[in-house]
Design a protein around this ligand. Sequence first.
Ligand code: 2RA
Length: 364
Amino acid sequence: RKYNVAILGATGAVGSRLIDQLAKSTIPVNHLELLASKKSAGKPLQFKGHTIKVQEATPDSFNNIDLVLSSPSSDVARKLLPEAVKRGATCVDNSSAFRYDTNVPLVVPECNADALKLHHGIVANPNCSTTQMMAALEPVRKAFGLKSIIVSTYQAASGAGGAALKEFFRQAQEYLDHKPMEHNILPVGSQPKHYPLAFNLIPQIDRFFSNGYSREEWKMIHETKKIMLGDMNAPQIKVNATCVRVPVPIAHGETVYFKVADKSATADKIKELEKNAPGVTLLDDPAHQVYPMPHYAEGHRDTFVGRIRPDLEHDDIFDMWVVADNLLKGAAWNTVENGEELVKRGLVRVPKDYYVKPGVNHQA
Ligand code: 2RA
């Protein structure tokens, strides 16, 4: 069977990568629609050597579509994806619009592909920082169980969007030219204060909640529980996160400090697991200065893992360093990979009890 596919949000940084990843994927495409806002309509884009003109996304754009790969704003996803589902299309969405709905599986295929069968028309992709941590930690959870995770992130400018990335590059030049750095976007466009990212670190990603945690940190905590345990408030694994924006264009880094349940775990056993884990590349040879770095992860689908070592005072706690391209594994590739799994499992079909309006949404 071949599929009629639509890419929603085709002109953004993730959208262009969705087109590229789809072209390289195992999804058999019969027809491809590239959808975006009205202002991009008519723009010619390339897919496997063919030129396809971008169309304005409207509810009727989905009339003959089987599979939607989606990365628009959350507002657009909330408005249009239910329309796509009503018309019989199965959607994989990279926005945060549906991630916390109990009717929507949140899936990293290396971790919980079986959850795909629970979909009612929409599958959600996790936040980029969660996705790479799941790919790296799932082999450990499966083998030894996990009791707690403490993660600190080093997140690239492109995670905040194309305009933030542009602002960061401009600031770098301004700094080198001894000019004042203009700063209008980061940490969050809609917040009152902005700071330069070039030659700086910003310990704020997204807005803060009253408990002092940022929304990015909240996402990492609750998405981890939903993916690993099927419940975003599950108490079995304790998670704590600190998210920091760093002056790197593409690829997020994370230090992950985790406690296992089974005390037979050793750093060597964990390295062996990571070496054989799907979607993971182990780069772990400190004696020869081999470890993952954003500069070398950019453009790759895999999650890179290294610096695996035991805590010096606790036998059941380990450290690792995880790096992945936030626009690929953290967004476009994970979306297409979910699409491939849906195809493989015969799940590109909308059930009778399809899902078109928010169910239980726990998001603060
Ligand atoms: C960021 N995680 O890096 C976000 C993007 N989804 O800002």
